[in-house]
Design a protein around this ligand. Structure first.
Ligand SMILES: Cc1cc2nc3c(=O)[nH]c(=O)nc-3n(C[C@H](O)[C@H](O)[C@H](O)COP(=O)(O)O)c2cc1C
Length: 375
């Protein structure tokens, strides 16, 4: 049914309008008791075998919605009703900002991919913190009221790089109290200079300052993760992994979108006509998996890895887990697969786990490396 709707309605619409329409529908359904129970029945809670304990959290399953879908924390509960085990909101910046000019989101259906140069359009961390505070004080929907919320923060575009740390610290101070985990995003390609913050000599003081700001703000220790780009050279991936260990970081999210346009089926002239932006979806699958494998080979169980980039099926999610991911996330395939996508991932993962030699998902994490002869 969703594919018919996608092909007849959404595919013809401007992708950003379609996003808002679909997201409004999810939020409206989750706020209406009858529709919510219908959704709940359809989405069905994940299989108990998929429960994951990590980052000090107890999650119903390993499958989250990646950052960028709910930038302003307006639809967390609706997304949880659909079956996402956790929702990463953001990227949120210290100051509100409009993002880049439209159009800034494009579909490449032949590649099951998206290109975006949204540029961190968001309400700013003060407004998002106020929204999260209202949610924390009782306005959650009764079904899965404790949806796990990751908060992803980035740099305000107008802030020059030397003041980047202060910008992240401001957002941390406002948001840490509402975050089940906090993500320092240094990997979106659409804020000029942002990805330069991945260089360890810049990243070290940034992550240290955010850690200290989070600790000043809340007594509960908020897990801190960093999200990296797939376009890092392998040595730079290793350097971030080493830094994560050195700083006692809780985790690494791999990966954000890529600036590469390699290996696409879509006509190159059309791709070029869309202009700059990050590519996500199926074409990102292999590189994201490679980065994850590399990270796991370096850090093993010492920090939590979150696999994201091109996950479309339960098999894709399972591959990430075997490669070392404790948690997985997706965004682009949600656009192509629709609201039943989380259910399909859960059912498939439960079947793959049952057919595997592993009793729990935790046992399967990183199994590929343990099997490898050199391990
Ligand atoms: C339209 C769009 C907006 C995004 N915005 C953000 C963002 O604000 N912050 C972020 O860390 N990642 C953002 N991402 C990246 C996703 O979180 C994810 O890392 C990436 O899309 C790869 O996953 P996928 O192939 O499943 O989409 C965005 C992706 C898309 C498609």
């Amino acid at each position: 049914m969703y594919s018919a709707l996608f092909n007849t309605v959404f595919k013809r619409m401007d992708p950003e309008k379609a996003h808002h329409l679909a997201f409004d529908a999810i939020r409206a359904a989750a706020a209406t008791p009858g529709a919510r129970s219908a959704l709940r029945a359809v989405a069905a809670p994940p299989h108990p075998s998929l429960r994951v304990k990590t980052l000090g959290l107890d999650l119903p399953g390993p499958f989250g919605l990646a950052a960028g879908f709910d930038k302003n924390a307006v639809g967390i509960d609706g997304l949880a009703v659909l079956g996402f085990d956790f929702v990463e909101i953001g990227t949120v910046t210290a100051r509100p900002q409009p993002g880049n000019e439209r159009p800034r989101l494009f579909r490449l259906p032949a590649d099951r991919a998206l290109v975006n140069r949204m540029g961190f359009n968001n309400d700013g961390s003060a407004a998002v913190a106020a929204r999260l505070a209202r949610r924390a004080h009782g306005s959650r929907v009764p079904y899965r009221p404790n949806a796990v919320v990751g908060v992803n923060i980035g740099k305000t575009k107008a802030v020059p790089e030397p003041e980047a740390v202060a910008d992240y610290v401001t957002s941390t101070e406002r948001l840490a109290a509402y975050a089940d985990y906090l993500v320092v995003n240094v990997s979106s390609p659409n804020t000029p200079g942002l990805r330069d913050l991945q260089a360890v000599e810049v990243l070290r003081p940034l992550l240290t300052a955010v850690r200290e700001a989070a600790d000043r703000t809340t007594t509960a220790r908020v897990p801190l993760l960093v999200k990296i780009a797939p376009d890092l050279a392998d040595e730079d991936v290793d350097a971030v992994a080493d830094l994560a260990l050195e700083l006692g970081l809780d985790g690494i999210i791999a990966t954000n979108t890529t600036i590469s346009r390699d290996g696409l089926r879509t006509d190159p002239a059309h791709v070029a006509s869309l202009g700059a932006g990050g590519l996500s979806g199926a074409p990102l699958k292999q590189r994201s998996l490679d980065v994850l494998r590399r990270l796991y080979a370096r850090v093993g169980e010492r920090t939590v890895l979150v696999g994201v980039g091109g996950i479309e099926t339960a098999e894709d999610a399972w591959q990430r887990i075997l490669a070392g991911a404790t948690l997985v996330q997706g965004y682009s395939a949600f656009v192509y697969e629709g609201p039943l996508w989380p259910r399909a991932i859960h059912r498939g993962l439960a079947a793959l786990l049952a057919a595997s030699p592993y009793d729990t998902l935790a046992d399967a994490v990183g199994a590929d490396l343990r099997k490898a002869p050199s391990a």
